[in-house]
Ligand binder design. Structure first.
Ligand code: HEM
Ligand SMILES: [Cu+2]
Length: 657
């Protein structure tokens, strides 16, 4: 147990150390010109920023006029912005243009596509055609490459762990050698399949990782050859129970350690090209690494138990049975710890990737995940049987080896399906994608999945998109889709925008219903033929207008709340009294949050004492808090807002002379 703890600690430490550059499915985050921008003159270049580092070789940005003629210089390159690409543009006349982009992730080589429009001069924005497939489905070769890799990693790591820490001393090293060579072949084959699948667009970083993985596979295979060579000389006497105590034992342990290290290295290459790395968070990478390690120790361990102990031994005598029972017990304890870790890490990752629990049956990603979860439960049930039924029998000296062989074989079969499901899962884009929209929220109402997107976070003209899905399919041809806007803080009446379908299941409206910053309720109405209207309310925070000198600050996320911060006057002047407003909306319902203690601390050009907010719902509306500031020195200030002790967020404030 202490050894196990040391290993887990080393591995976690390793994951933290190896974190470096990061990211997986590259999605549009923002661009210059922005989507739907209106320009006065031809732009010299287009820059797009993605949610993760793109690789220019597999990426492209096309600038097309309404006739489909290309006007860019075909010179896509990294832009120097984090995760950015750029392309130069020929001088182009007034009119509408479409930017069609393709981005290949430098981390996992997954390709995504999208497009947006901009217009030069006073003309209309051109329509944006729907991309057939924002993220093309994974190829069979990719899924196969992943499955072979994962299976090999699990078999190599799990076998090495088993023979080092779980198996009885003196088991025949030749049997584990078989498993290690199979593992090596699987890892090498899987890495090569993934390299071939990428072809010419293989991003260098991914190439290096897959190369390291293939090398780890070779090490596994090499390690497994040596004992067979060594065993050729002494003609082994098979000791009682088929358990061997021959051979140069002194070299067995170091070889097993090398195999374990190779398995861990291969597992690390999985994490370093995973969506966890793509999301760029250390904690999630550590979760992924723990997940791969613990899944490998369990699944590979079951196979090693089956092949190296159950199939090699017997339980003819009570003594044999008891010896087997002791091994089974040690493995059960290992498996319990491993499954606890793998389920915890898996569930936490799942929460990170899914938007709604309905994703489990409404997205291909979710379905793959659900398959995994169900099969893990079945395998756990079999494991529990081994633990509670066959283990105690063996330890009591009663024969149970045949039943154990049958059960571990069944488990092995289930693991193969789980690994295929994991391969599909990791090849697909997770539902929770970083969104290019200022507001992106999904609700499930009357069997429909409604995703509301609002293009920009400021008051004034905006684009509203409602994506309507039922199950896995988009809902097309709705009779009517409309948005009704009401403001929470003030009675500003109700405005309605009617949306048109711009792509399958994607309904779009443009207008300026949110004239004022604050909290807006957007009621969406979806009318389908011969059905009752489906309606729900999204609460959308709208930040201070871009005009009037101050830029619209994006809403802050503080603890569970969204906080909209703006000042009165909008452009802060040095030395003049200033009021800082904070509108706090919260939770899933997004309603105004009242009765909180807000506290502001300032850092900037000079000293400024902290302030507590005054809540004044009668004057300012519910959930609205204000800080009266006597006057600030000119410069850029960082205002750190704390909501109770639930969290803090930082608002940046420019005070002019
Ligand atoms: C025997 C059981 C399991 C095995 C062998 C297994 C295997 C794997 C493997 C090999 C990966 C890919 C990791 C990488 O490429 O870095 C993975 C990812 C993942 N697994 Fe599991 N897993 C198992 C159980 C579970 C369970 C029970 C859950 C959830 C409750 C789960 C949720 C996930 C999630 C969310 C990911 C991340 C997928 C992504 O990259 O977007 N897994 N699993
Ligand atoms: Cu990806």
């Amino acid at each position: 147990m202490r050894r196990l703890a040391v290993i887990v600690a080393c591995v976690l430490g390793g994951a933290v150390l190896v974190s470096g550059a990061a990211e997986a499915h590259a999605n549009y985050v923002r661009s210059n010109p922005a989507a739907d921008a209106r320009l006065v003159k031809s732009p010299a270049e287009i820059r797009i920023q993605f949610s993760e580092p793109p690789d220019p070789r597999g990426s492209d940005i096309e600038v097309l006029d309404t006739n489909g003629v290309r006007h860019d210089k075909h010179d896509v390159a990294l832009s120097g912005d984090p995760n950015g690409l750029r392309v130069s543009v020929d001088p182009i006349p007034d009119g509408g243009y479409l930017v069609a982009w393709t981005a290949t992730s430098a981390v996992d080589g997954h390709t995504t596509k999208g497009n947006f429009a901009f217009v030069i001069g006073n003309g209309p924005l051109p329509p944006v055609p729907q991309v057939a497939e924002a993220a093309p489905p994974p190829s069979l070769l990719e899924i196969a490459g992943r499955a072979l890799s994962y299976a090999g990693i699990a078999l190599g790591l799990g076998t090495a762990f088993f023979v080092l820490f779980v198996a009885p001393v003196g088991i025949d090293p030749r049997r584990e050698s078989w498993l290690l060579s199979i593992a090596g072949v699987l890892v090498v084959g899987g890495s090569l399949a993934l390299i071939v699948d990428q072809g010419a667009k293989l991003p260098p970083r991914l190439g290096v990782m897959l190369g390291v993985r293939a090398f780890a596979g070779l090490v596994l295979a090499a390690v497994s050859i040596t004992p067979r060579l060594a065993m050729m000389r002494p003609v082994a006497a098979i000791a009682g129970g088929g358990v061997m105590t021959i051979g140069p034992l002194a070299t067995v342990r170091p070889r097993r350690m090398i195999a374990l290290a190779a398995g861990i290295a291969a597992a690390m290459t999985a994490t370093l090209v995973s969506h966890a790395t793509a999301l760029g968070s250390l904690e999630i990478m550590a979760l992924d690494f723990v997940h791969v390690l613990s899944a490998s120790v369990w699944t590979g361990g079951v196979v090693a138990l089956l092949w190296c102990v159950l199939l090699a031994g017997h339980d003819d005598t009570a003594e044999d049975a008891r010896a087997l029972g002791a091994t089974v017990w040690r493995f059960s304890v290992t498996a319990m710890i491993a499954t606890a870790l793998l389920i915890t890490a898996g569930v936490l990752q799942a929460f990170n990737r899914l938007v709604l629990i309905n994703d489990l049956y409404e997205t291909p990603y979710g379905v793959a995940l659900a398959v995994k979860i169900v099969l893990v439960l079945v395998a756990l049930a079999i494991g529990a049987l081994n633990l509670l039924r066959w283990g105690p029998r063996l330890r009591a000296g009663i024969r149970a080896r045949t039943a154990l062989i049958r059960d571990t074989m069944a488990e092995t079969g289930i693991f193969i399906v789980i690994i295929v499901a994991a391969s599909v899962l990791t090849a697909l884009a997770p539902p929770a994608q970083p969104s290019a929209s200022a507001y992106d929220s999904t609700q499930h109402v009357s069997g429909l999945r409604l995703e509301m997107l609002v293009a920009s976070g400021g008051a004034g003209r905006n684009t509203y998109v409602l994506r309507v899905h039922q199950g896995l399919a988009p809902v097309t041809g709705a009779e009517k889709v409309a948005f009704r806007f009401t403001m929470v803080e003030h009675d500003m009446g109700q405005q309605e925008l009617v949306a048109t379908e711009r792509a399958a299941g994607e309904y779009v409206a443009e207008g300026s219903p949110t004239a004022m910053y604050g909290t807006w309720h957007v009621q969406t109405i979806v009318r389908l033929a011969a059905k009752e209207d489906v309606s729900t309310v999204f609460t959308v925070p709208v930040s201070a207008p871009g005009g009037g000198g101050s830029t619209a600050a994006p809403p802050l996320t503080i603890g569970p709340y969204t906080v909209i911060v703006f000042t009165d006057p909008a452009a802060a002047q040095a030395g003049a009294p200033l009021t800082l407003f904070a509108v706090v909306v919260g939770g899933a319902d997004g309603n105004p949050v009242i009765g909180k203690k807000l506290h502001a601390t300032f850092s900037g050009p000079s000293a400024q004492s902290p302030l507590d907010a005054v809540e004044d719902p009668a004057t300012f509306g519910p959930g609205r808090y204000k800080f009266d500031i006597a006057g600030l020195d000119p410069g850029t200030w960082k205002v750190t807002l704390a909501v109770g002790n639930e969290g803090t967020g930082t608002y940046s404030l420019v005070v002019s002379r």
